[in-house]
Design a protein around this ligand. Structure first.
Ligand SMILES: Nc1ncnc2c1ncn2[C@@H]1O[C@H](COP(=O)(O)OP(=O)(O)OP(=O)(O)O)[C@@H](O)[C@H]1O
Length: 382
C-alpha cells in the first residue's frame, strides 16, 4: 500500500523511521491517536523534551470518504494549533503527510491524563437545556464547573440520558440530574428563568416537581467552607449573570498556590493498545501484560512507562497542567516544512463544513481494554 502502509507494515515512509510505535491510545471523530517514542534525540532537545524515548502522540486523520485530499477539519486543526502556544494546550510538534494516499499525521506532545474529551449534554448549562436563544460564555464556565467536579470524583457530575429524537433543546433527564443535586431553581434566585422557553412550556415536568437540594458538597466531598467548594459552587451558579467568569475564577482564592492541599485525587494512567497499528486494524508485536494482570488474549495492554510525577501541591482547584513540553524544531524528512499546510490540497468547501456541535462521549473510553491495574496511579492534590 506504499506510503500509506505504516506501523506494522514493511513499506514505512521515511518520516516514520524516527518513531517507535507503541500502540493506540485514543480515537476521536476525525482520527486515531497513537503513542510513539522518538528513536533519537532531536538536535535541539532540551531537558526531557525531544530526547530519545520521549513520548509523542501521533494522530492519524481518517481518510475523507471522497478521498479528495486533506479534510478542512484537519486543515483547521493544524492552523489553530500552530497559533496556540500555551502550557495547558498540547503542542503540535510536527505534521507528516504521505503523498501516496494523502493520509495525514499530526505529532503532538504527549499528555498523560485527559477526561476522554467533554462534549455531551452532561456539561451543558441549564439555560441551554431550557431553550435560551441568547447565551454567553457563562455556558463554558458551567462546563468547567462540571469538569472540576469530575476531576475531584473521577465521575461525571450530571450524567443525564439524552433524548435524541427531538430537535428541542429541552433535555428533561439532564435537568433532572442537575436539579436533584443543586436544588429547584427559582425565579427569585434566577429572575430570567421565567423567560426561558422550556421553563414556560414544560411546567408540568419541572415546576410540578419539587427538588430537594442534595448538596453538591456531599458529592464532591469538599468542606463547604473550603475555597475549592466556593469556586465550584460559583461555577455551577444557576443564573448565568451571577455565574463566575473565567477572569474572576483565575483570581479566586482556591487558585492561590499558598493554600495547603486537602484532597488527594488518584488519577489513572492511560491504557495503550499495543496490538493496533497506524491502520487501526492489525497486529503490532503483542506485549504481554505483567503477570497477575492478564490481558485478553487478542489484545495486550501495557502501562505507559513514562513516569511523570505530579509533584505540585494543588489547592482547591488547580489549572490543568499541560505537558509543558516545548516544540523541538522543524519537520524532519517527510514532514511539512515549517508545518505549513499550504501545499496540502484541500477538499472543496473547506471552511464550510460544520463541526458537530454535539459530539458523543467516547464509546471507547478504555478502548474496550481492561484496566491493567498496574500501580500507575498518579496523585493530584486539591
Ligand atoms: N497529545 C495527546 N496525548 C495523549 N493522548 C492524546 C493526545 N491527543 C489525543 N489523545 C487521545 O486520543 C483521543 C482522541 O483524540 P482526538 O484529538 O482524535 O479527538 P478528540 O479531540 O478526543 O475528539 P473529537 O475529534 O471527536 O473532537 C483523545 O481523547 C485522547 O484520549
Amino acid at each position: 500500500m506504499g506510503d500509506g502502509r505504516v506501523g506494522g507494515g514493511t513499506n514505512r515512509p521515511a518520516w516514520l523511521q524516527q518513531y517507535e510505535l507503541v500502540g493506540k491510545i485514543g480515537e476521536g471523530t476525525y482520527g486515531l491517536v497513537f503513542l510513539a517514542r522518538l528513536k533519537q534525540s532531536h538536535p535541539h532537545a532540551a531537558a526531557g523534551v525531544g530526547r530519545r524515548g520521549s513520548p509523542i502522540a501521533i494522530k492519524k486523520f481518517k481518510q475523507s470518504k471522497e478521498g479528495d485530499g486533506v479534510s478542512p477539519t484537519a486543515i483547521r486543526e493544524i492552523m489553530l494549533l500552530r497559533e496556540i502556544n500555551h502550557e495547558n494546550v498540547v503542542k503540535l510538534v510536527n505534521v507528516h503527510i504521505n503523498h501516496a494516499d494523502m493520509s495525514l499525521y499530526l505529532a503532538f506532545d504527549y499528555a498523560e491524563h485527559d477526561l476522554y474529551v467533554v462534549v455531551t449534554i452532561w456539561y451543558r448549562a441549564p439555560e441551554l437545556l431550557l431553550g435560551a436563544k441568547h447565551y454567553t460564555s457563562a455556558v463554558d464556565m458551567w462546563a468547567v464547573g462540571c469538569i472540576f467536579a469530575e476531576l475531584l470524583t473521577l465521575k461525571p457530575l450530571f450524567q443525564g440520558v439524552e433524548a435524541k429524537a427531538t430537535p428541542n433543546p429541552f433535555q428533561l433527564d439532564q435537568l433532572d440530574k442537575i436539579f436533584k443535586v443543586l436544588g429547584h431553581p427559582t425565579v427569585e434566585k434566577w429572575p430570567t428563568l421565567a423567560n426561558l422557553p422550556c421553563w414556560q412550556n414544560d411546567q408540568q415536568h419541572i415546576q410540578g416537581h419539587k427538588y430537594e437540594n442534595t448538596g453538591l458538597h456531599n458529592i464532591v466531598h469538599l468542606p463547604q467552607k473550603s475555597p475549592a467548594f466556593d469556586l465550584l459552587s460559583k461555577m455551577l451558579e444557576y443564573d448565568p449573570r451571577k455565574r463566575i467568569t473565567a477572569a474572576q475564577a483565575l483570581e479566586h482564592d482556591a487558585l492561590l498556590p499558598s493554600q495547603a492541599g486537602e484532597k488527594i485525587v488518584q488519577y489513572p494512567v492511560r491504557p495503550v493498545d499495543t496490538t493496533t497499528d497506524f491502520e487501526g486494524t492489525t497486529s503490532l508485536q503483542p506485549t504481554q501484560a505483567p503477570s497477575g494482570n492478564a490481558a485478553p488474549s487478542n489484545q495486550s495492554v501495557v502501562p505507559r512507562p513514562i513516569p511523570r510525577q505530579m509533584q505540585q501541591p494543588m489547592v482547591g482547584m488547580s489549572r490543568m497542567g499541560g505537558t509543558n513540553m516545548a516544540a523541538f524544531g522543524a519537520a524532519p524528512q517527510g514532514g511539512i516544512a515549517g508545518m505549513n499546510p499550504g501545499n496540502i490540497p484541500m477538499q472543496r468547501g473547506a471552511g464550510a463544513q460544520s463541526h458537530p456541535h454535539q459530539l458523543r462521549r467516547k464509546a471507547d473510553q478504555g478502548m474496550g481494554m481492561q484496566n491493567p491495574g498496574y500501580p500507575t496511579q498518579q496523585k493530584r492534590r486539591f
